[in-house]
Design a protein around this ligand. Structure first.
Ligand SMILES: [Zn+2]
Length: 479
């Protein structure tokens, strides 16, 4: 199915031969599923000790997790049985194998949590096995989850490790002697009871090549406020880890949100204006090739690059005098423009630009703002042109030459309040206008019809009467 999605086939299209063969093999193989039997009884003798053993693995096609229950009786009789398994296909987006292995590990953790909660009996130990040394290491040959990450025929799975269970689980004492890493339960108990005089050191190493690109973070969120809040929570987590005594909890405050946006801006500026920032830090002059040389940039107290400009003595806010410099390419700039466009209720480019410039100076702002507003779905919907009906052919009377007002239309407009004479005290009264339009020349003739509603009715009845006359009917068209 994933392959069909990948190649974007329509439902009525013929699939290529290799996929057709694969499908045929699968449909023939699925007939053997009826021989596949899973025992529902889990030999739950309450006197036994129960352990859960989870295995996870990943391949480029899929990642999977499987859990077995190992029961040890008082007479040291060991039984192992499959409890639950879950497989997920790898995402269409290319992901590295180590990351997929982590996805598999996460799947196993969730599955183990679910299984522990579902069991009514006490579980003495939970063990996690994978081909990583973080948990119990298990080779691919001994890992049943490996089968779920690649295509295995139904007939083969009956005799495979999946149902026959890894042999080392039947061993009496340590089920996996090679592993020296403590189990999850052990580690928790050790952490709770610190040994006096002993110090535990944890060292973490991050390879520079694996540092996430800040663009990856920006691409995940389509709104500036969400990105800001996520960053603020991440920063809070880092601060809380560093200062375990004075932890920050509860809602995010303004300072945290401001710090978050500053961090995001600095990361963007560091990538785009690296040379300029380095030169300013060393108190050197900017390169004459620099695009921002004319803006006279400087670094403020928090290390953000701002426009120097010529407004130093202006009586306006600091952010307006020295706006933050932003390049036009990064996604952060787009998010800021979109944010301003939305809080200004989908305003036009000029208003958005002037509002943004109270805080930020985007290079090529006009073009960036216009481009983004053009792409705004809501604005596009509002701007959409209204569809017009096709007009019918003109009547013969309109396009045949004839004397003026030989054939005309009549319309009636009003009422209007008009005065009989000039001056303040003159009385005003209702009046109507009869409009005669010549069909041939489009010349118009206006006739004032004074009087009350009765007059109007009388005029209309007169016109109707005229229309009854055959001769006049040819000449008048009342709309
Ligand atoms: Zn809009």
């Amino acid at each position: 199915m994933q392959k069909l999605w990948k190649y974007q086939f329509q439902w009525d299209e013929v699939v290529p031969p290799d996929i057709a063969i694969e499908w045929k093999t699968l449909s023939q193989d699925i007939l053997f599923v009826k021989d596949f039997k899973i025992l529902r009884y889990l030999f739950l003798d309450p006197d036994n000790q129960f352990q859960l053993h989870g295995f996870s693995d990943a391949s480029e096609k899929a990642y999977a997790a499987v859990i077995y229950c190992r029961s040890v009786s008082n007479t040291v009789q060991i039984k192992v049985q499959l409890v639950i398994a879950k497989t997920k296909v790898a995402p269409l987006k290319t992901i590295s194998l180590p990351r997929l292995e982590l996805c598999g590990a996460l799947l196993l953790s969730k599955l183990m949590d679910f299984t522990c909660k579902a069991f009514d009996i006490p579980i003495s130990q939970s063990h996690f096995h994978t081909d990583s040394t973080i948990w119990h290491y298990v080779s691919g040959n001994e890992n049943p989850a490996d089968l779920a990450t690649r295509s295995v025929s139904s007939s083969a799975i009956l005799t495979s490790l999946w149902l026959c269970v890894p042999e080392f689980l039947y061993k009496e004492c340590s089920f996996h002697p090679e592993s020296s890493v403590p189990t999850l339960n052990d580690s928790v108990s050790t952490l709770n009871e610190p040994v006096p005089g002993e110090r535990c050191c944890v060292q973490s190493t991050i390879a520079a090549n694996h540092l996430p690109n800040s663009n990856d973070l920006f691409q995940k969120y389509s709104s500036l406020s969400k990105l800001k809040r996520v960053t603020a929570y991440c920063l809070r987590f880092v601060n809380n880890c560093r200062n375990s005594k004075d932890k920050e909890t509860g809602f995010l405050n303004t300072t945290e949100l401001t710090n978050a946006i500053n961090v995001l801006i600095k990361s963007v500026q560091f990538i785009e204006f690296n040379n300029e920032i380095n030169a300013l830090k060393r108190n050197q002059a900017l390169s004459c090739r620099s695009k921002i040389l004319s803006l006279n940039p400087f670094l403020d107290n928090s290390g953000i690059l701002r426009v120097g400009g010529r407004l130093r003595h202006a009586n306006i806010a600091y952010g307006h005098k020295h706006p933050i410099l932003l390049p036009k390419r990064p996604i952060l700039t787009d998010l800021i423009v979109r944010h301003y466009h939305e809080i200004l209720l989908h305003a036009g480019p000029q208003l958005v630009q002037s509002s943004i410039q109270e805080q930020y100076w985007i290079i090529g702002a006009r073009h960036v703002i216009r481009h983004l507003i053009r792409k705004c779905v809501k604005c596009r919907r509002v701007r959409a042109s209204i569809s017009n009906q096709m007009m019918s052919d003109l009547p013969t009377t309109r396009i045949s030459p004839s004397p003026t007002f030989l054939r005309c239309g009549v319309d009636y407009a009003g009422p209007f309040q008009i005065k009989a004479s000039k001056g303040r005290n003159s009385k005003s009264f209702k009046a109507y206008i009869a409009l005669f339009v010549c069909f041939t020349t489009r010349a118009i003739h206006l006739e004032l019809i004074c009087g009350s509603e009765e007059h109007r009715v009388r005029f209309l009845s007169r016109i109707k009467e005229d229309l009854r006359n055959q001769i006049v009917r040819r000449r008048f068209h009342n709309e």
